[in-house]
Design a protein around this ligand. Sequence first.
Ligand SMILES: [Zn+2]
Length: 113
Amino acid sequence: MHEMSLCESILEVLQQQARQQNYTVVKTVWLEIGKLSSVEPDALRFCFAAVMQDSLAAAAKLEIIEVEGQAWCLYCARHVTIEQRYTGCPVCGSYQLQINDGEQMRIKELEVA
Ligand SMILES: [Zn+2]
């Protein structure tokens, strides 16, 4: 599962940061997920709980911040919001879109102790 390996890499980042910043417990993780990243928030929560078991983030809360997909439509010459990848421009239906936000998956903030 895609979400499983994502959670494994999140755990690696947490462990690495814990060494650098001298913390031992992660209390909350705020994750920014773009709507175009094809990450399923429910699946991610499920995997997060499984992967974090017996780690420094075993009791961590996962807060998911969803980010809208943003693209530039070459045809309309304006910014548009898109719900999914491979959809056309909501205004003109053109597929000439340059995506500029909503593809990310990153740790935005951590609450640690
Ligand atoms: Zn358009």
